[in-house]
Design a binder for this molecule. Structure first.
Ligand code: UDP
Length: 262
């Protein structure tokens, strides 16, 4: 059963469970202070950006669920998670998609002089994404870019590359699940660094894939836009109606439990 864990004043200390997945609906300023304090104290940390596809996928995948629930921050990426938090806990959570907050994080990195590494996506895409961000944030130090593959055989090589680059921030675009499992497996060997899984963000930044216009994003319809532009994703997006069904079921169960207790 979904539980209310703690916190009323939303920050990264506030944790909620949505279908067994831990969500920490921190607003952007809390995310930035988490990164700054982690790196200033010489620690490492990682941020997952949770959307309904993550939650539905983790339900049937104990390894992914365990990894996801070990993230230091599991912020709200999709409108579906925002609505679920409202229905289950009556909280208005901020939405902080990876594709948006990457700019705030890069601005912090540029101000602090922390180099950033871009890992994943198709060959050349990470580099183009880094270039696009540097055009917006000229002081950004790009420690390195590499497409790579999320297979254990490549781990040692990628770890060395990141360590030698002096990166303090790491964006990983290996796709949902792969990127979270990669971060969980490799983070302990990367020194003081903050990592974040960013899914298709490099594709957007590089211009390889167009992002939904601002109004469509504001209306929470980015998923629909993606379905129209990338119809082959339907198999993945089937997660959305499943998510709605599961949340409604959870809500009914929750209400009937309250009635029974009353
Ligand atoms: N990707 C990759 N290696 C893989 C699988 C995916 O580099 O083994 C990249 C892919 O090229 C794309 C991104 O992961 O850039 C897509 O991630 P996802 O489908 O999770 O995007 P999201 O839905 O999170 O935006």
């Amino acid at each position: 059963m979904t539980k209310y864990l703690e916190g009323t004043n939303l920050g990264f200390q506030s944790e909620f469970e949505v279908l067994k997945v831990r969500v920490t609906p921190a607003p952007i300023d809390q995310i930035i202070s988490f990164i700054a304090s982690t790196l200033e104290s010489g620690h490492n940390g990682w941020i997952a950006t949770v959307n309904p596809e993550f939650i539905v996928s983790a339900r049937k995948d104990p390894q992914f669920l365990k990894v996801l629930n070990s993230a230091d921050l599991a912020v709200v990426d999709g409108v579906g998670v925002q609505i679920a938090l409202f229905l289950l806990y009556h909280i208005r959570s901020p939405r902080t998609p990876g594709a948006d907050i990457i700019r705030d994080i890069c601005t912090l990195a540029a101000n602090k002089g922390w180099p950033v590494f871009f890992l994943g996506a198709a060959p050349g895409v990470a580099e183009a994404a880094a270039r696009a961000l540097r055009a917006e944030i000229p002081e950004l130090q790009v420690a390195g870019t590499y497409a790579g593959r999320p297979i254990p055989e490549e781990d040692e090589h990628i770890r060395q590359m990141i360590k030698n680059s002096g990166a303090r921030l790491l964006f990983v675009a290996f796709g949902m699940r792969n990127q979270e499992i990669w971060i969980h497996r490799n983070l302990p060997y990367l020194g003081s660094i903050v990592a974040m899984g960013v899914g298709g963000t490099f594709d957007y930044l590089s211009g390889k894939v167009p992002r939904a216009p601002g109004l469509i994003r504001k209306l929470g319809l980015e998923w629909f836009y993606r379905l129209l532009r990338q119809p082959w994703r339907w198999k993945r997006q089937i997660a959305l109606p499943i998510f709605v069904y599961l949340i409604l079921k959870e809500l009914l169960l929750f209400k009937s439990n309250i009635k029974k207790k009353g």
